[in-house]
Design a protein around this ligand. Structure first.
Ligand SMILES: [Zn+2]
Length: 287
């Protein structure tokens, strides 16, 4: 945290240095995005092929074939979901929260893509619809669906409280992945990674830069919609924080189930989809 009372005196040109205008690190138009006509076509004529209910304070795994659509739905009440995605054929390729944040910003919405880890660095999934896109950024600088948080985990909880809690999203995702794949808990845990915080409302404190959260604006019927850019294995945890208005890593918050629905799109709906292959960098690293 930045000190409120710094020890180092500001230099004479401090204001001038602070006044330098920032530039966007990765201009958003430099990555392929789906156009509106393709998105509209993809969102109609869907055929439901699978429906998974994620119980509160638990996670469930699900599979989505390449080119299929999946939705994450708020079902009975405000609830935040922690989403992990892997290449179904290679768990070593998984969602890269940090690079996705660098490419698309702190919070994702329609048209943004969920990029995979190096060296492939390609979309695992693309957001094609977001019923909370009206929210924007509020007066606190907060928005929904962040890629700035991590996932609640029992190690941080132990560090801060001295207690053990077994239904953090990290543990829920670990159990769900182990159950789906037959991996041991220890093997599965190594594949769990930083999440897309679905429906979570978060930001950074203007004064201190600390990660802050507030009650999610999500209501039953809200949904976040995705297109699978490859055969996916996913896992979704219904966070023990519920709507994340107060605390997580405990059984205190009111929690609700979430639902994952998988759909086959209509014939021809994927025409014009901006597929992206594995990254072409030759990996010689200048050696
Ligand atoms: Zn959580």
């Amino acid at each position: 945290m930045k000190p409120q009372h710094p020890e180092t005196a500001a230099p004479d040109d401090a204001d001038a240095r602070r006044a330098v205008a920032p530039v966007v690190c990765y201009p958003a138009d430099s990555v392929a995005r789906p156009d509106r006509a393709v998105l509209a076509r993809l969102r109609t004529g869907l055929t439901l092929t699978d429906r998974i209910t994620v119980p509160p304070r638990e996670a469930r795994a699900f599979r989505v074939p390449r080119g299929h659509v999946f939705h994450i739905l708020s079902h009975e009440g405000p609830q935040v979901g922690d989403l992990n995605l892997w290449n179904a054929a290679d768990l070593g390729e998984r969602f890269y929260s940090g690079k996705t944040r660098a490419l698309h910003g702190t919070h994702l919405s329609t048209g943004d893509r969920m990029w995979s880890s190096l060296p492939r660095l390609r979309p695992l999934a693309t957001i094609i619809g977001d019923s909370l896109d009206w929210y924007g950024f509020d007066a606190h600088g907060c928005s929904v669906h962040d890629v700035i948080g991590t996932r609640c985990d029992p190690f941080t909880h132990r560090l801060l409280s001295g207690d053990d809690y077994h239904h953090c999203c990290h543990s829920n995702l670990t159990r769900a992945l182990a159950a789906e794949t037959g991996l041991s808990l220890a093997e599965a845990e190594a594949h769990v990674h930083d999440v897309l915080n679905v429906f979570m409302c978060t930001g950074f404190s203007r004064e201190t830069g600390q990660y802050v959260m507030k009650a999610s604006p999500v209501r039953p019927g809200d949904r976040l919609e995705f297109l699978a850019d490859m055969d996916l294995l996913g896992a979704l945890s219904a966070c023990p924080g519920g709507d994340c208005s107060s605390e997580h890593s405990s059984d205190v918050a009111v929690c609700h189930p979430l639902v994952v629905e998988v759909f086959r799109p209509a014939e021809g709906a994927l025409q014009g989809w901006p597929w992206v292959g594995p990254n072409a960098y030759d990996r010689t690293h200048g050696a």
